[in-house]
Design a protein around this ligand. Structure first.
Ligand code: UDP
Length: 425
């Protein structure tokens, strides 16, 4: 039985979604791991302990969540988590030793996990597959006002060199890894993400609007996601203000206590634009309750400055709700302009407003887009993702050559870990 360690250091795969941290990555790790377990793999998902809960939690047959104590056992900002990566890697190794059973492969998610994954995989003598989910160089280029730390870029570069392979959710990210990070094309594999097609499917719009106490006749726009600047909600508010009155209602789903400041900023912007009454900040919605929101909406808007894959767009299309999205990252390969939604190449409100007008005023067009939307995402099944990933794991394990140790192999475990973690080589 092949045992796989999934490493999701900075956020738990089972965390509540939609605040400012937990989103697509969490959905991805849990869905992939669940499917791998269903295929017969034994999967352990390692995360940093950030609250209560047992060290080992059985999530499903063959699937466990392992909480490793590293730093304070409470939520920390991403930046403050960096200091505890070494302790986390040591904790994973200690847990593995205590259980006396190893892993065939380590699969890490996000750059901080990639750092831990490098140490763990090399010490266990097994291959390391990493998935960045987002890349600092790309975030910086997408939005000049935010600057990812240089330390992150340096460690992403190291991980690109050190991991046996990298997996991306879109071709776009593969190309960026080659161009911006000098990744070796032979080591980069693209496996599109999945969507739960049983959970996200077309439903009765009127019934869902009634259940959510929404106006049955008023056109409805929807935005879903972690409340962070990269999601481009400023563009959407600008677009809404340009629509003729009576305007549609806009529901913004997502955002927890940690994103309250940003939410207040957006609320003020909506007031300034004269659309305060039209916008409702719903807060985070449990993943299983989201289908009702997608179904209630006429259009889902994804105005992001960047999305490496963009699960929200795919979930919406699976529910038969067309999407108006920025032409960025993975969205360009899931949304087909003029078929199941519209892709907007400019990060400004006017073109969003224009396409929203077109869709809101044409029920027949919406109907056509809706049918095309559902059909177009039927290829994104988590089972398919897991089968492709399992094939990649097998390939990596078969090809694995233990890497030579760091300079002066004899210089001890601590020095070795310091070298790998801090980038001495
Ligand atoms: N999500 C959720 N509840 C919320 C907000 C978001 O369940 O209140 C989920 C959403 O359904 C999606 C994920 O969080 O599966 C966001 O993924 P996406 O790829 O769109 O964005 P990311 O978080 O990766 O930037």
């Amino acid at each position: 039985m092949l045992r796989i360690a999934q490493v999701a250091y900075h956020t738990s795969p089972t965390a509540a979604l939609g605040g400012s941290v937990a989103g697509g990555l969490n959905v991805y790790v849990l869905a992939l791991s669940s499917e791998l377990a269903a295929l017969g793999y034994e999967v352990d998902m390692f995360t940093r302990r950030d609250g209560d809960g047992p060290e080992v939690e059985a999530v499903a047959p063959g699937l466990r969540l392992i909480r490793i104590t590293a730093g304070p056992a409470n939520p920390l900002d991403k930046a403050d988590q960096v200091a505890h990566i070494g302790a986390f890697a040591a904790g994973v190794l200690d847990f593995t030793k205590r259980e006396g059973r190893g892993y065939g492969l380590v699969h890490s998610h996000y750059w901080q996990s990639a750092r831990a994954g490098t140490v763990v995989a090399r010490r266990l003598g097994v291959p390391h597959l990493t998935m960045f989910h987002t890349l600092a160089e790309v975030k910086n280029r997408a939005r000049i006002s935010e600057h990812e730390p240089l330390e992150r870029i340096r460690h992403e570069r190291l991980a690109v060199r050190r991991a046996e392979a990298i997996v991306t959710g879109s071709d776009h990210e593969r190309v960026l890894l080659e161009r911006l990070y000098e990744g070796d094309p032979a080591n980069i594999h693209t496996i599109p993400c999945g969507v739960d097609l049983e959970r996200f499917h077309p439903r009765n719009q009127a019934a869902d609007r009634a259940a959510l106490s929404l106006d049955l006749d008023r056109p409805l726009l929807l935005a879903v996601g972690r409340l962070e600047r990269l999601k481009g909600l400023d563009i959407l508010l600008g677009a809404l203000s340009q629509l003729d009155a009576p305007r549609p209602r806009l529901l913004i789903v997502g955002g927890g206590p940690e994103s309250d400041d940003y939410r207040s900023e957006l609320e003020s912007l909506a007031e300034e634009l004269g659309i305060g009454e039209d916008v409702t900040f719903v807060g985070p919605v449990p993943h299983e309750e989201l289908p009702a929101y997608y179904s209630a909406a006429d259009v889902t808007v994804v105005p992001s400055y960047y999305e490496s894959f963009g699960l929200v767009a795919v979930e919406s299309m699976a529910c038969g709700t067309p999407v108006v999205a920025s032409r960025v990252g993975g969205l360009a390969s899931t949304v087909t302009d003029g078929v199941n939604g519209y892709l907007i190449p400019w990060r400004c409100p006017e073109p969003f407003a224009e396409k929203l007008e077109v869709l809101l005023h044409n029920p027949e067009l919406r109907e056509n887009f809706s049918r095309a939307a559902r059909r177009s995402v039927e290829r994104f099944r988590w089972r398919t993702v897991a089968l492709k990933m399992a094939a990649l794991y097998d390939e990596m394990i078969a090809a694995y050559q233990p890497r030579p140790g760091p300079p002066g192999e004899g210089f001890g475990k601590e020095a070795y870990e310091a070298a790998v973690l801090h980038g001495a080589r």
